[in-house]
Design a protein around this ligand. Structure first.
Ligand code: ADP
Length: 503
């Protein structure tokens, strides 16, 4: 269910927080059903039978006992009512702490790079303290509950003894009957104490259930009743009609009336400064979001009416942050199509030039890449991602070109793999390299959520507008921005990081 929720949901949640919900809250529910409820049901059944027997043995003593148990029930109910929000809060603190912990462990290189281990540890310690405080708060209430149960047991027990003794002295009950009575009484009282014992466990589970229900109430993206069209084939004709979009209802518009058309099999390069809206445009092509107004059409069908499983099957993405899973190179490539045959995987690896480095490893394609591919270099990871996309054989391809520069040899290999991959597919590429931009059938210059210029490289240079300005300033100044692989570097080396694009 969580996997099927829209990207906007995931953007708003921390990964660790979701993991905690999925694992701990659901574990609480397992406790509730697995032990709690089964024991409780058995106990209540026993108590009901015991009640019948006790009423038959001595109605006045039984009514007294039931009165005591009723009082105990009220105390228990109140106690659990106090506990419930505390448990709910505990789940939230847990999710928060797990979320932060996952982040700081995931970003361990940044943490170490800025010598922030102690600070991160302090943040974690703060979270642990909040959990501890929460536990103390529940301890107060649970102790009070067990105190109440002990007192009531004592008082109720004494009262039953007293009444019993009087009954025996008056000759209305034999010692044997009294003995039987106290034996059966245990079956009636026992389950109530059991409820007190598992009551807090039940409450915790109920709090978890509530949180789980919050997540379950979120609607999966494909459950939108408007999504009725199943695309059996995708030709790859993509069109934007005056698309306006913002990430939040009240937020600044990120796209302000974008119209574009991409014919099947052509490449569209998006260039423009950082924050202009290029990633947002490809996010809309992937149907991660839907426009507030205007339409995104694929083969003439409004994307908001298309069944996403039918569409995304024909979509391939190679992102700047090439995400590899901890497994072998082969498994990572096969992620696109797990049922692919060995030769197909090796062919994709060959085309993407993965073989060049993979076969040098002792385990070849079976080399384990480590979490997120840490054991491979940036360029190697990109080539694995390209092989993955080649194997997927998508009709529409989304590329977010890496900004980081690579040595010209790996650069050339990546370009070759990309060229093969892009051939005959509708491609949208956030381009940073001149070679990619030149190859595109159309270049869209995006600025502040609008397309300010469009055309081919030659046309845009002739037009002597924004593109021309970006091209001339950048080309003269930086060595690696608009440089085709193998071209001689000129001028000062470019700045590291995001800015290495036509800005
Ligand atoms: P580009 O890819 O051109 O660098 P983006 O499309 O990523 O630009 O971002 C365009 C604008 O949208 C930016 O102002 C950015 O802050 C905003 N933005 C991007 N992603 C989100 C998001 N998930 N939630 C809210 N705002 C976002």
């Amino acid at each position: 269910h969580v996997g099927r929720l829209p990207v906007a949901f995931h953007d708003a949640k921390k990964t660790g927080e979701l993991v905690s919900r999925i694992m701990s809250d659901v574990e609480g529910i397992r406790n509730l059903i697995g032990t709690g409820l089964v024991e409780l049901a058995g106990g209540l059944l026993t108590a009901a039978l015991a009640f019948v027997v006790l009423m038959w043995l001595s109605p006045p003593m039984t009514l007294l006992t039931v009165g005591c148990l009723g009082a105990f029930g009220v105390v228990l109910f109140q106690g659990l009512r106090v506990l419930r929000p505390i448990f709910r809060q505990r789940g939230e603190i847990y999710a928060d702490v797990t979320g932060r912990l996952t982040e700081s462990l995931g970003g361990v290189r940044v943490v170490k790079g800025y010598h922030a281990e102690a600070r991160e540890a302090a943040v974690f310690a703060g979270g642990v303290r909040r959990i501890l405080d929460n536990v103390f708060r529940t301890l107060g209430t649970t102790s009070l509950l067990s105190l109440a149960s002990t007192v009531l047991l004592g008082v109720g027990g004494a009262a039953v003894m007293f009444l019993g003794a009087r009954e025996i002295l008056a000759g209305r009950m034999t010692v044997g009957e009294f003995f039987t009575y106290t034996m059966v009484l245990g079956f009636l009282v026992g389950p109530f104490f059991q409820i007190a014992g598992i009551g807090s466990q039940l409450t915790e589970a109920l709090a978890g259930l509530e949180r789980t229900r919050d997540v379950l109430r979120e609607r999966p993206e494909d459950e939108d009743p408007r999504r009725t069209v199943s695309l059996s084939e995708v030709r790859g004709d993509v069109e934007f009609e005056d698309v306006r979009f913002s990430y939040t209802e009240e937020g600044e518009p990120v796209l302000r009336g974008v119209s574009l058309q991409s014919r099947p099999g052509t490449a569209t390069a998006l260039v423009g400064p950082s924050g202009a809206g290029k990633s947002t445009i490809i996010g809309l092509v992937c149907a991660f979001h839907s426009p507030q107004s205007g339409r995104v059409l694929v083969d003439g069908v409004d994307l908001t009416t298309v069944r996403l499983d039918s569409y995304r099957r024909r979509l391939g993405v190679v992102l700047q942050e090439t995400f590899l899973f901890d497994g072998s190179i082969r498994e990572n490539v096969a992620f696109a199509r797990p049922e692919a045959r060995g030769e197909e995987i090796e062919e994709a690896c060959r085309l993407a030039h993965v073989g060049e480095f993979a076969l040098d490893f002792a385990d070849g394609y079976d080399t384990i890449v480590g979490e997120r591919g840490v054991r491979l270099s940036g360029g190697q990871r990109q080539r694995v991602a390209i092989a993955r996309a080649i194997l997927a054989d998508p009709r529409i391809l989304i590329l977010d070109e890496a900004t980081s520069s690579l040595d010209s040899e790996s650069e050339a290999l990546i370009q070759e793999g990309l060229a093969w991959l892009m051939g005959g597919r509708t491609t949208f590429v956030i381009a940073h390299r001149l070679s990619t931009i030149r190859r595109a059938d159309q270049i869209l210059v995006v600025e502040k959520g609008e397309i300010v210029e469009r055309g081919t490289h030659g046309e845009l240079l002739d037009a002597a507008g924004r593109y021309h300005a970006m091209y001339t300033t950048q080309h003269g100044l930086t060595s690696n921005l608009f440089l085709a692989p193998g071209e001689e570097a000129r001028g000062a080396p470019g700045k590291e990081g995001e800015d290495r694009q036509p800005a």
